[in-house]
Design a protein around this ligand. Structure first.
Ligand code: HEM
Ligand code: HEM
Length: 240
């Protein structure tokens, strides 16, 4: 059975000092699309490195071929998200909950960004009570979604053209290519920031446990996402 953010699941997590953060559909989607996205960026960027671009096997440019294969897997992965997203299961509900939390903006998000700006200027400031995701994460989600859809759409045109020249006019493909390149280059800074926060920054590294195993330390969650923990604990109270 899926272990989503259910009242009973959360209560079990509470007993061990951990709290359930991501149900398995959210984690599966994140890792499948996330790893493909990173590999696509790396294989695509080999186009700017003449030695790598020239690598051939049986008359085929290896990295361009790999990029197109990964690209179609990414397009299929994006389409496959609809399955768990519409599923009437506990995991599907948890996934829809994550999406709602990522796409809802309020005054606290504005206050969080203001807090970030004040802290950057070394001015005193107290953060608002953050829910499941802070405004930075919501902006990252918006950027990831826009860039993924843009890269998948432009990439699909290039991918079809890679396989056959008889579908799209040369002029159209030549018009799409710079958009694909620009989106890929725009994707680099937010991705590097995301990787830094997830893998290196001591204050936020605990989140990696949540995306890998589903649960995070309750004391960490209380410090970084107090309003969310309160919401889960209210649900736990109902479960007791
Ligand atoms: C996360 C998604 C993606 C990223 C970050 C990405 C990145 C890149 C980059 C950096 C280039 C090189 C651009 C240049 O030389 O100016 C490229 C080229 C290309 N991309 Fe993508 N891409 C993505 C998705 C896709 C998808 C979904 C497809 C196809 C289904 C695709 C097909 C292509 C093709 C055919 C080329 C030209 C390859 C060549 O002939 O050298 N890309 N991509
Ligand atoms: C492969 C390396 C990656 C690692 C190690 C990683 C790590 C993480 C972690 C730990 C979280 C959970 C944050 C939390 O608890 O709230 C997360 C969330 C998220 N990740 Fe990734 N991620 C990776 C790649 C990507 C890629 C390539 C994308 C999309 C382009 C992406 C998009 C997101 C989004 C939208 C969220 C939710 C919002 C946020 O926390 O920013 N991730 N990631």
């Amino acid at each position: 059975m899926d272990r989503g953010l259910t009242t009973s699941g959360a209560a079990r997590a509470g007993e061990s000092g951990f709290i359930e953060r991501f149900a398995s559909p959210s984690r599966r989607i994140h890792w499948t699309l996330g790893v493909l996205y990173v590999l696509l960026l790396l294989s695509g960027l080999t186009n700017f490195w003449p030695e790598a671009k020239a690598v051939q096997a049986a008359d085929v440019r290896v990295f361009a071929w790999l990029h197109v294969v990964l690209g179609w897997a990414f397009v299929a992965g994006l389409a496959a998200v609809l399955g768990p997203l519409l599923a009437p299961t506990e995991g599907g509900r948890a996934l829809r909950g994550d999406l709602r939390a990522l796409t809802r903006a309020g005054v606290d998000d504005y206050l969080w960004l203001q807090h970030l700006a004040l802290r950057a200027m070394r001015a005193p400031s107290t953060p608002p009570r953050v829910g499941k995701f802070n405004a930075g994460q919501k902006l990252n989600a918006l950027a990831s979604l826009t860039l993924s859809l843009g890269l998948a759409a432009s990439g699909a045109v290039l991918g079809v053209n890679y396989m056959t020249k008889s579908v799209f006019e040369v002029g159209f493909v030549e018009g799409v290519f710079p958009w694909h390149t620009a989106l890929a280059l725009i994707a680099i800074p937010p991705l590097l920031a995301h990787l830094y926060l997830a893998l290196l920054h001591p204050g936020t590294r605990e989140a990696l446990r949540g995306m890998a195993l589903g649960r995070v330390r309750r004391d960490w969650a209380r410090e970084h996402h107090p309003a969310w923990v309160e919401e889960v604990e209210r649900a736990e109270g109902r479960a007791d």
